[in-house]
Design a binder for this molecule. Structure first.
Ligand code: ATP
Length: 248
């Protein structure tokens, strides 16, 4: 890292360097670098902090994972470049499987990303071979592993596109997303949307899973009672108030 730790934008620049390294290694698509730029802009507006509304969403997501019988985490290049270790941690505390699933798909990228996750400690990563199709959209993401996303009752789809989210919901799955854009199609379509930077959201989600492991089913079911649309509206309200205050 060439940027000094004392730099006021150190964290943001550190994340950019991780993404650049991911791009140079072949894990991140060029389009993924651009998608990160949109995320960064929204994070700036959020004040680079997890809003209270997103903490409530993360609690509901953790309870949902713990109540699920077959949860799966879908990983793309950006997610692997920024958070491989955190994905492995979350998979351990929530007993979730990990599947690599890419919009800009190639066998080579799948292999590179699987390698990153394995080096981060993953024992099993699905998605090298894909045999099952999710109907309802055309992109490469429709091809999945039968023992992964296809069979899952709950899927975590961070940094997602809206088409697949809708199809997964249509299949009756619970869909949890992490997306800095509360206005995206994914955010509006998912069962639970955590509006936050993935680098903050994944450790938070894992810590809630750890905390709630001792809860009984009734307690978890109470936390799962969650209205995504109301939560998103409150999040947008939080953004509006933050913007108003910034030049008050
Ligand atoms: P949709 O189809 O849901 O409307 P989109 O096509 O606008 O989504 P993509 O181009 O697929 O969005 O980008 C994925 C999303 O990931 C964007 O909404 C972007 O804000 C978000 N994003 C990018 N980087 C991060 C990050 N580090 N943490 C959380 N979200 C991020």
């Amino acid at each position: 890292m060439t940027v000094p730790k004392s730099h006021p934008r150190y964290e943001s620049l550190r994340i950019r360097e991780m993404l650049s390294a991911g791009f140079l290694s072949g894990a991140v698509a060029l389009e993924g670098v651009m998608a990160h730029g949109r995320g960064e802009a929204l994070d700036y507006i959020l004040g680079e902090e997890t809003p209270t509304t997103s903490k409530a969403a993360a609690r509901a997501a953790a309870a949902t994972l713990l109540l699920s019988s077959y949860p799966v985490i879908s990983v793309n290049g950006n997610v692997a470049a920024l958070c491989s270790r955190e994905i492995v941690n979350l998979s351990c505390v929530s007993s979730s499987k990990i599947e690599v699933n890419l919009f800009y798909d190639s066998m080579q990228r799948r292999r590179i990303i699987i390698g990153m996750l394995r080096r981060a400690g993953a024992r099993e990563v699905l998605g090298l071979e894909k045999t099952s199709v999710i109907e309802g959209f055309e992109s490469a993401r429709r091809m999945t592993s039968y023992d992964g996303i296809y069979k899952a009752d709950t899927v975590i789809v961070p940094l997602e596109d809206g088409d697949r989210t809708q199809s997964l919901v249509d299949m009756g799955k619970k869909v949890i997303t992490i997306d800095l854009n509360p206005l995206s199609r994914t955010a509006r379509t998912a069962s639970i949307t955590i509006v936050d930077n993935i680098v903050r959201a994944l450790p938070l989600l894992a810590s809630y899973c750890r905390e709630m492991k001792s809860y009984d089913t009734k307690q978890l079911e109470e936390i799962v009672e969650f209205d995504n649309m109301i939560n998103l509206k409150e999040c947008v309200q939080h953004i509006k108030e933050g913007l108003k205050d910034s030049y008050a």
